[in-house]
Write a protein that binds this ligand. Sequence first.
Ligand code: ADP
Ligand code: MG
Length: 390
Amino acid sequence: MQAKFPLRPGSTLGLLGGGQLGRMFAQAAARMGYKVKVLEKGDCPASEVSAYHIDAAYTDKAAIEELRQTTAAVTTEFENVPAEVLSALAAGGACVTTPAAQAVAIAQDRIDEKTFLESVAGVPVAPHMALLSVEDADLASPDLFPAILKTARMGYDGKGQRSVNNTKELKAAFVELGNRVCILEKKLSLAKEVSVIVVRSLTGETVTYPLFENIHRNGILATTIFPARVSTKVSETVRGYAARIAEMLQYQGVLCIEFFVLADGSVAANEMAPRPHNSGHVTIEAAVTSQFEEQVRAMTGLPLGDTSPLCHGVMLNLLGDLWFDAHDNPVEPDWATLLKIEGVKLHLYGKAQARHARKMGHVTVLGATEAEALSRAQRAAAVLGLPEPV
Ligand code: ADP
Ligand code: MG
């Protein structure tokens, strides 16, 4: 559907994928008067809060065509939407997809991603090499070990990764990961992990958020502290890199890039997610404009919003494990005690079934100062039985 940009409130916006990121996008869009049409098989977190639901797989040609004909702009909430689907939607220029297929394709392949970051955007990354077959293991330089072997495609939340200390372990890990194309990365000694969110509009306007400081447990994001506790130099360097990456990709929409901060204050880019990111959920309450509102503004051709923090925030991820006791019997977290703590905001994604490691929701804890946000977050974590952030 050809339409005039900026798309006015009341227009219908397409959404590929119906998870929690789609849900929070749909909530931000609805607040601004847009109607969301979500494409996802079955009831899902986003369909509960969207005006329309196309109940089909995102590979269903008729469903894609319906989305193309009835919406002027489509966004994604799931990084593994096949890039061909995005190309089909955008065919003939009838429908704008944010992000575009090409940027999504780069972020879907860790080898293309590292090559782009290092060689095209000029952003430092960990020393690495590509492995196309098990024989390539013999070419690995001893300097790369200890290392992490990652499948080039479809990895997330620490899945598809193995730590390896030498060529022998590397060969075994390559086979164990299914003889798939992999990237071998030197294991860096990390002082901190941070992420940055950059938003680029249809007209090329670009904004970045202050950095997010991330703590992972079992390969899954556990806690985000915003703004990150890093030097101004680190923050400015990373935000500058992010703006350059978005520019080089001619990116449209919300892009998150994870960075490692090393002991000497240098940084290395790790990976990109071509969508809003779990670490950015804290912006819903702790920044003037949330990452989801920016996604709406970017795809409709509106001016981008102010990314300044309003206060300090700590995000605690709520995984399905919290819905089980030590004997694996179902329990309900103690929301009433949690919500007595000042500054606590609860987000649940409407998933009926709790499963271990499943992202069920998150809590954002606000404070006027870093110390206040952190001490409230420690109390919230204690109520939930989570490790206390420090
Ligand atoms: P995922 O897609 O699962 O998030 P990542 O590449 O982000 O995959 O890796 C998951 C985690 O593993 C990172 O957040 C970091 O803690 C650790 N990690 C990944 N690559 C390296 C590396 N080269 N050096 C040190 N730690 C790493
Ligand atoms: Mg990651």
